[in-house]
Design a protein around this ligand. Structure first.
Ligand SMILES: O=C(O)CCCC[C@@H]1SC[C@@H]2NC(=O)N[C@@H]21
Length: 250
């Protein structure tokens, strides 16, 4: 099964790099349009909240870098755009969406385990709107060991072990790039509403009790929704709380 490369998107493939997010920052000043940067190996890959991202051989690591054309709070909603695109691309290559779910803010789960993670970074000033980078890691071939993730985190899983689907990062990227382009067009044309609705349709643990941790702040409540700004909304004994940034535990 093949996917055609989306019009207007550039591509850079590297054998090895420190992090595709760092490469994105280096490329940003010269950007003419959005560019996907794919690396077979990263020597300093990072995850959310300063964690190290472990990338066994054959796993997918890429960053989509683009000029920041909107307000930072609007651009940040692209984490939901990217999560949906990942969901779409995985469903396309495996031929099924069963077992796939999205975990707020932007992980992709498969059979309850973490298949993929997304890390957004941006830079810019009032004078210079800067760039947005969407770093994406997918455990295509191998899941990092449980000892390589923090205690309490969702267990990592791989696409190969959960579905039997074997696909290389180079073959997976066109599926993801095409799915992203479609979702991004939906976002720029119709705004966050359809993205939010599609994301909520695929949300893990919606309506259930979950815990959100932001530093020392721990909030447990019923996962009611994601609001129009992308905040996690929990109904707690003290009332409704909208949380902008946190790690979620089930
Ligand atoms: O913590 C997470 O779940 C986010 C992980 C993001 C990993 C990807 S791999 C490609 C890009 N380069 C990095 O250094 N990190 C992101």
């Amino acid at each position: 099964m093949s996917a055609s490369w989306p019009k207007g998107y550039g591509l850079k493939v590297l054998d090895v790099v420190d992090s595709t997010l760092d490469e994105a920052a280096r490329m940003a000043p010269q950007l003419a349009g959005p560019v996907w940067i794919l690396a077979k190996e990263q020597t300093a890959a990072r995850g959310r909240r300063g964690r190290v991202w472990v990338q066994p051989n054959g796993n997918f690591a890429a960053t989509l870098v683009m000029r920041m054309t909107e307000r930072p709070d609007v651009a940040a909603l692209r984490s939901f755009v990217a999560a949906l695109a990942l969901f779409d691309a995985v469903a396309e290559v495996t031929g099924r969406a069963q077992g796939l779910a999205l975990k707020w803010p932007n992980d992709v789960l498969l059979n309850g385990g973490k298949l993929a993670g997304i890390l957004l970074e941006s830079a810019g000033t009032g004078q210079n709107p800067g760039h947005l980078s969407i770093g994406i890691g997918v455990n295509l071939a191998e899941a990092p060991g449980a000892s390589e993730v923090e205690a309490g985190a969702v267990r990592p899983v791989s696409l190969l072990s959960e579905t039997g689907t074997s696909i290389s990062p180079e073959d997976f990227l066109p599926h993801l790039a095409a799915a992203y382009a479609t979702r991004d067009l939906q976002f720029t044309t119709y705004g966050f509403a359809p993205i939010r609705a599609a994301w909520l349709d695929r949300a893990a643990r919606l309506g259930e009790t979950i815990t959100a941790k932001t530093g020392a702040q721990i909030t447990t409540g019923r996962f009611e929704t994601v609001d129009t700004q992308g905040n996690l909304v929990l109904v707690t004994p003290e009332g409704r709380k909208a949380i902008a940034a946190a790690e979620v535990y089930f």
